[in-house]
Ligand binder design. Structure first.
Ligand SMILES: Cc1cc2nc3c(=O)[nH]c(=O)nc-3n(C[C@H](O)[C@H](O)[C@H](O)COP(=O)(O)OP(=O)(O)OC[C@H]3O[C@@H](n4cnc5c(N)ncnc54)[C@H](O)[C@@H]3O)c2cc1C
Length: 365
């Protein structure tokens, strides 16, 4: 194996779906640093199941040290970048030869895996001890949480308030209609085109007034509105000109940023014209891993792999443990088939395998 000192330094910022996989892929080819505010990687689409079944988090929360045995982990938030270094909120500077930005969406979850597990326990307690639950936000997070509660706790009254005129606006109207029909069948009350004033809410209040003047009585609430993109830290940096008007990093066909030869971006943070999904962030990671390995071996520019945006968007939304909705290139389907694909294991075993981990670590069989 190459000597550590002769290896190029690759810094990956963001240990989410794309960044964690990329760091794992490059750890033996580069002097690898992963910068992430959390000590662990989490599978975002399994978080709603973890709120009704906290033990699943044993498999869905993975300390970065578990899959990154040959890399260095900097548990901090990046706040700036220069031509040579990444700056972190606690005053560290991490020098790089190559930089990959994978900061998808801002994550406000706790620093340690243990605290994150406790958070799921607390959410679960909140659900169990309430007879009525208000969910604010009808994107994938709100719809999937409503589905989990409706299936596991059918006796609870669930109300979902959504600002938009249809649920799941990130995919087509057919999927929205199927989600609404399914939730209605499960006795979830869905209020569209309305908001709840978050500032005037407090945890002990039981009556919430929507912008449409409706009163919703609920023992507890969960805010499931979309998280902001994780690019504000770049706004005053050398990459500020590379952000589009939505705050996404503009990348070229090799997934490089702003014509720079040594800076790449992957995942939800990019302006790639395709749906924002984890499996696509993973595809970006594989392309950049390949390109970095080529560059570190001195390959010519024209040998670099090009990324082709996915024109045939696919997305799956789970509805409890057995059912779901899938938007495929040729049709939108709902029921047990998409449930079989996503809702049973939520791709947890598959994702763990991709990270080089045992898919079912607690199995005794
Ligand atoms: C409810 C729900 C269901 C979904 N279901 C699916 C599905 O079934 N299949 C699918 O493929 N996709 C699904 N997705 C989408 C998928 O989760 C995202 O597309 C994916 O997480 C994007 O990966 P990423 O690596 O770009 O960013 P993220 O996974 O958002 O990771 C970003 C990482 O960067 C870190 N970070 C942010 N800012 C900084 C900073 N300044 N410094 C250092 N680190 C920072 C964060 O802490 C985080 O670790 C779902 C999303 C949701 C919300």
């Amino acid at each position: 194996m190459e000597d550590e000192r002769t290896k190029r330094v690759v810094v990956v910022v963001g240990g989410g779906v794309g960044g964690a996989l990329l760091a794992k892929e490059l750890q033996f080819d580069a002097d690898l640093y992963l910068i992430d505010p959390k000590e662990y990687f989490e599978i975002p689409w399994a978080n709603l199941r973890a709120m009704v079944e906290p033990s699943i988090a044993e498999r869905t929360l993975v300390n970065h040290t578990e899959y990154l045995t040959n890399g260095r982990i900097v548990t901090s938030q990046a706040v700036g970048v220069t031509d040579k270094e990444v700056l972190t909120v606690d005053g560290r500077t991490v020098a790089y030869d190559y930089l990959v930005i994978a900061t998808g969406h801002v994550n406000t979850t706790p620093r340690s895996r243990r605290e994150r597990m406790e958070q799921f326990q607390q959410d679960n307690h909140k659900i169990k001890s309430s007879s009525s639950v208000l969910i604010i936000g009808g994107g994938p997070t709100g719809v999937e949480l409503a589905g989990e509660i409706a299936v596991d706790y059918p006796e609870k009254k669930v109300t979902l308030v959504h600002r938009g005129s249809r649920l799941l606006e990130f995919i087509g109207p057919k999927a929205s209609k199927k989600a609404l029909d399914w939730l209605t069948l499960k006795k979830v009350e869905v209020l569209l085109g309305q908001t709840v004033d978050l500032d005037s809410m407090c945890e002990n209040e039981r009556v919430y007034t929507t912008s449409g003047g409706e009163k919703v009585t609920a023992d507890c609430h969960f805010v499931c509105v979309g998280k902001p993109l994780g690019s504000s830290w770049l706004q005053e940096s050398i990459l500020k000109e590379c952000l589009d008007n939505k705050g996404r990093l503009m990348v070229d066909e090799n997934l490089r940023v702003g014509g720079r030869k040594n800076i790449f971006a992957i995942g939800d943070i990019t302006d790639i014209p395709e749906i924002k999904q984890g499996y696509l962030a993973q595809k970006h990671a594989w392309v950049v891993a390949k390109n970095l390995k080529l560059l570190m071996k001195g390959a010519k520019e024209n040998k670099l792999e090009k990324y082709k945006p996915s024109s045939s968007a696919m997305a799956a939304v789970s509805l409890g443990r057995k059912e779901g909705i899938a938007e495929l290139p040729f049709a939108t389907i709902s029921g047990c088939l998409p449930g079989f694909i996503k809702s049973r294991d939520l791709f947890v075993g598959k994702t763990r395998k991709q990270m080089g981990l045992d898919p079912h670590p607690t199995d005794t069989s």
